[in-house]
Design a protein around this ligand. Structure first.
Ligand SMILES: [Zn+2]
Length: 214
């Protein structure tokens, strides 16, 4: 092994979450990117232009806090072009250890329709995700994309990128994954409720009860 046991474990976890995103249809083609903090000086990130469904631990790229490649992936693979957005999230949030970016179709549809994310329709979303703001429109993979999430990611664990996708963060990859999956589930339930009639938010007194339970 060319790296330590801890890094190997993180590489395997990242590959596993990538496969889940792909299997659940939260990314298509070679969309999306994932990263994890190894230590103060190194991050693991998915390689550019590859499907997240079939990665191997050695495909992942190691970058430093300035985005310089410390160790390329297998075959000289370079980091995802969204690396500035990932590093921006880590800069704003010293408490997090993982960043996920995916293109979940129901959630992206909400942003295309100009609908605010329904953060108060499901108890589990209230308790584990909270409010999910929508950033301003920015060109994917640009420095501007990183700037667009800056003010939001400081105070929130998820941000919607309009006409594009979602960014979630967590202390661990698993936590960031749960947030991503819950957001897409809530968007799906919201659209189904709208198809049947009204999408009602939880009553204020129930939200208060959830807040004190959490
Ligand atoms: Zn994207």
């Amino acid at each position: 092994m060319r790296w330590g046991v801890r890094e190997q474990r993180l590489r395997e976890a990242l590959v596993e979450i990538g496969a889940r995103l792909y299997a659940r249809g939260l990314v298509s083609a070679n969309d999306g990117n994932l990263s994890v903090r190894v230590d103060a000086e190194r991050f693991l990130i998915t390689p550019r232009g590859r499907s997240k469904g079939h990665l191997r631990p050695e495909d992942l790229v190691v970058i430093d806090p300035e985005g310089r490649v410390v160790r390329p992936g297998r075959g000289g693979a370079m980091p995802s072009s969204e690396w500035p957005m990932h590093l921006e999230a880590y800069r704003q949030r010293p408490d997090i250890g993982a960043v996920l970016h995916a293109h979940p179709p129901f959630t992206v549809a909400l942003t295309v329709a100009g609908v605010t994310f329904p953060s108060e329709i499901l108890p589990e979303v209230v308790m584990t995700v909270g409010k999910v703001p929508t950033a301003r429109l920015a060109v994917p993979s640009s420095e501007d994309d990183a700037l667009a999430i800056r003010e939001w990611i400081r105070e929130h664990d998820a941000v919607l990128l309009p006409h594009h996708g979602v960014v979630t963060v967590g202390r661990t990859l698993e936590e960031a994954w749960v947030r991503m999956e819950r957001i897409e589930y809530a968007a799906k339930v919201y659209l189904l409720s709208r198809a049947l009639g009204e999408a009602r938010s939880l009553p204020p007194e129930f939200l208060k009860a959830l807040a004190s339970a959490g």
